[in-house]
Design a binder for this molecule. Structure first.
Ligand code: NAP
Length: 248
């Protein structure tokens, strides 16, 4: 059902964003994505998606820079001629105990994760208003639901995204635009590789499903929220965490 739909997705050169881009492209959607540094990975993803028979374009744009994001959206519109689905995925961690965290660790994470979600949503919203349809999917985290130690910056940014999702969903529902979020737990990507091994081992031992999640498992849920199968769902956060948030 995504055939011919136009998707814009942040942070797709690696990890979960890349899996989402490939999943939506495999269903027939055209993909515009951005990245910060990974130019080589982005070029190879562009080719991988184009080989699926849809349009693909990667843009080196810092999600923290609203002017650059606005220009990316405009160039994507010129390239595709429309916009149907927005995925706010780009995110970073800078984990530290609060006592050791400096202001740049706090600001970088808030500006990228929460600020980036604002920037891309804001740059797209008028277009979605005009056509009176659209689906926005925000990638938050179970860290924003339960709160994790050494992640006050990250948990705050991701909890902020959940609030943003609910508020925007109420605001734009009259225009037939849906806004939802997915909250992954520990997913096998470079980001999880940055966690302290002893912390990760302890988490995995207590995790009901006892394994890391796969980026593709998150991508399938995003596809569900992107297409009309989820047409009566808005303002929700779907947790994809192997049971992390329900453990006693
Ligand atoms: P990842 O493997 O580290 O990939 C992050 C992606 O975001 C890359 O494409 C990166 O581009 C891009 N990015 C980072 N900062 C950016 C910026 N300022 N401007 C533009 N692009 C930027 O991370 P991931 O694990 O796939 O995470 C993706 C999302 O899922 C994030 O929002 C993360 O918080 C969330 N999440 C992840 C997990 C997990 O366990 N992995 C769990 C819960 C939530 P470059 O390649 O150019 O650096």
């Amino acid at each position: 059902m995504l055939k011919g739909k136009n998707v814009i997705i942040s942070g797709a050169s690696r990890g979960i964003g890349k899996a989402i881009a490939l999943e939506l492209a495999a269903s027939g959607a055209n993909i515009s994505f951005n990245y910060l540094k990974s130019a080589e990975a982005a070029a190879s993803l562009e080719k991988e998606i184009s080989d699926l028979g849809v349009k693909a374009k990667g843009f080196q744009v810092d999600i923290k820079d609203f002017t650059a994001v606005k220009e990316w959206v405009e160039r994507s519109m010129e390239f595709f001629g429309g916009l149907d689905i927005v995925v706010n995925n780009a995110g970073i961690t800078k984990d530290k105990a609060l006592a050791m965290m400096d202001i740049t660790d706090w600001k970088d994470v808030l500006d990228t994760n929460l600020g980036g979600t604002f920037n891309l949503s804001k740059a797209c919203i008028i277009t979605l208003f005009k056509q009176k349809s659209g689906s926005i999917i925000n990638v938050t985290s179970v860290s924003g639901v339960v709160g994790l130690p050494r992640q006050t910056n990250y948990s705050a940014s991701k909890a902020g995204i959940i609030g943003f999702t609910k508020a925007l969903a109420r605001e734009v529902a009259p225009y037939n635009i849906r806004v939802n979020a997915v909250a992954p737990g520990f997913i096998e990507t470079d980001m999880v590789g940055q966690l302290r091994p002893d912390f990760l081992k302890k988490m995995l031992e207590r995790l009901p499903l006892g394994r890391l999640g796969k980026a593709e498992e998150v991508a399938k849920c995003v596809k569900f929220l992107a297409d009309d199968f989820s047409g009566y769902i808005t303002g929700q956060t779907i947790i994809i965490d192997g049971g992390l948030s329900i453990q006693a």
